[in-house]
Design a protein around this ligand. Structure first.
Ligand SMILES: [Fe+2]
Length: 461
């Protein structure tokens, strides 16, 4: 009898060790439905005055951070394409002229969508800007980043799969309560308008008004997700990404890209590459050829931190979208290891997960070597698709937790990536239920080019 108990105990112990991945958080979120905010919510308020500009948002407008694209919508008529902008030291306002466009989607017709690029701005400077005319003119501000260089501290916020539910509002408010975030790296799936009948594009407008309170004041760097595809041939909508590409511009030409869906920017000490999980990425495709030419251009002596954004994660141990990113991983992972990408941020899975530094590039069809291994040249993979959209949380995880998974938790939240200098960055993940000062997950990142040591939090040997 005693021997049997010992044997069983031994087996359990052994199983626990075999299952020794990282941490599956014990935090249990109160189960409640995730509902979209109604159309008359205050966060969707239309600014007062006839044809007043709304849905104002900015993003980087060139390759090195001296440009800003300002975008806004006027609902009733084109109005003005002009952006007035100035600094506190300027005696007069500068002006830039943009373009206006509109689009139809089934039975919806958009407002007048304006995009205007401000160029050759002073570095590290507070700018004020105005859009609209006369009594409906609206004023906002932003700060340009410091000059690109290897030891420039800079803090990025990470948000994904935000949507426009009550939880989305909590996530955005939580991020806003952190005074340090300077730019949002957005990993795709914006409005979730496509969950409404006929992809009701009114929900693209409400999302634009909802996010204006942050996106008009600091750049959001856009990544396209599956909810941006809006491909509905049964109602005549056969052009993928139509609403997204009309509303959200990116500076893709500045990095030699031929599509706004994949591009790169330099910002402070970071080089950020944005990829499209839902555009062709196989060999010889435009995205493949661009990325192949792009990676060798990254000068880590100028921008030590190499960050990649995509929507569909390559490593994800939830039972949602499992292995959806696998084919892109097979195509591009050897490059990420070769060029020592520091970190890859993805969304899509509505939960949080951080991986160890791992790679899985040895497999050649016949050698059977198809298991992720510890690799100090490889990136850390972070899934941050926990913005809070109406589809709710991904709570079902693969068991046991794989060894490559360092931390996972099914809660809504956002993250902060705080670059200190060329060697160190501090990363924190903040679940919505906590105060901003609380980090539910945190780790130091050591730069792969300048300080390629194993980080102290690594548990995978
Ligand atoms: Fe998605």
């Amino acid at each position: 009898m005693g021997l049997t108990v010992l044997l069983v105990f031994g087996l359990i112990l052994n199983a626990a060790m075999l299952c020794n991945g990282g941490v599956t958080s014990l935090f249990v979120r109160k189960v409640e439905p995730t509902k979209d905010m109604p159309l008359d919510s205050d966060v969707f308020r239309v600014p007062p005055g006839y044809n007043a500009p709304q849905q104002v948002h900015i993003t980087q407008g060139d390759h090195d951070g001296k440009g800003v694209i300002v975008s806004w919508v006027t609902p009733s008529e084109p109005g003005s394409n002009t952006v007035l902008y100035w600094t506190a030291n300027d005696k007069h306002k500068y002006h830039a002229e943009g373009h206006v466009r509109k689009y139809k989607f089934y039975n919806y017709t958009s407002g007048f969508i304006h995009h205007c690029t401000l160029r050759n701005l002073k570095i590290d400077t507070q700018y004020y800007y105005e859009v609209g005319i006369k009594h409906t003119m609206r004023q906002f501000s932003f700060r340009t980043p410091p000059k690109v260089g290897p030891d420039v501290p800079y803090t990025f916020g990470l948000i994904g799969d935000l949507g426009q539910s009550f939880d989305s509002n909590r996530t955005l408010a939580h991020y806003e309560s952190n005074p340090n975030g300077q730019t949002v790296l957005y990993v795709g799936d914006l409005s979730y308008a496509d969950n409404y009948p006929f992809h009701d594009n009114v929900r693209w407008d409400t999302w634009g008004r909802f996010t204006e309170r942050s996106a008009a004041y600091q750049p959001w760097i856009w990544t396209a997700g599956n909810h941006e595809i809006d491909f509905v041939p049964e109602i005549g909508e056969k052009v993928p990404f139509k609403p997204y590409r009309n509303r959200y511009h990116t500076p893709y030409r500045a990095s030699g890209s031929t599509s706004s869906l994949w591009y790169s920017i330099k910002r402070a000490s970071a080089y950020i590459i944005v990829l499209s999980s839902y555009s062709a990425y196989g060999k010889y495709t435009p995205q493949y050829r661009w990325l192949e030419a792009e990676l060798p251009k990254v000068d880590r002596k100028e921008t030590p931190w190499l960050i990649v954004l995509m929507h569909s994660p390559w490593y994800n141990s939830y039972n949602y979208h499992y292995m959806e990113g696998e084919t892109m991983r097979v195509m591009y992972e050897p490059w990420f290891v070769q060029y020592k990408v520091d970190v890859v941020f993805a969304g899509h899975v509505h939960a949080y997960e951080r991986s160890e530094r791992i790679s899985n590039i040895a497999y050649n069809v016949v050698n059977g070597q198809c298991t992720p291994i510890s690799d100090q040249s490889a990136p850390v993979y972070i899934t941050i698709g926990d913005g809070g959209n109406l589809e709710g949380l991904a709570t079902n995880m693969t068991e046991p937790q794989p060894k490559y998974s360092a931390y996972r938790e099914a809660s809504f939240g956002h993250a902060i990536f705080e670059i200190k200098n060329r060697t160190h960055a501090y990363y924190t993940w903040h679940r919505n239920q906590d105060g901003e000062a609380v980090a539910a997950d945190s780790t130091w990142f050591y730069n792969r080019f300048w300080y390629p040591l194993e980080e102290p939090t690594s548990a995978m040997k």
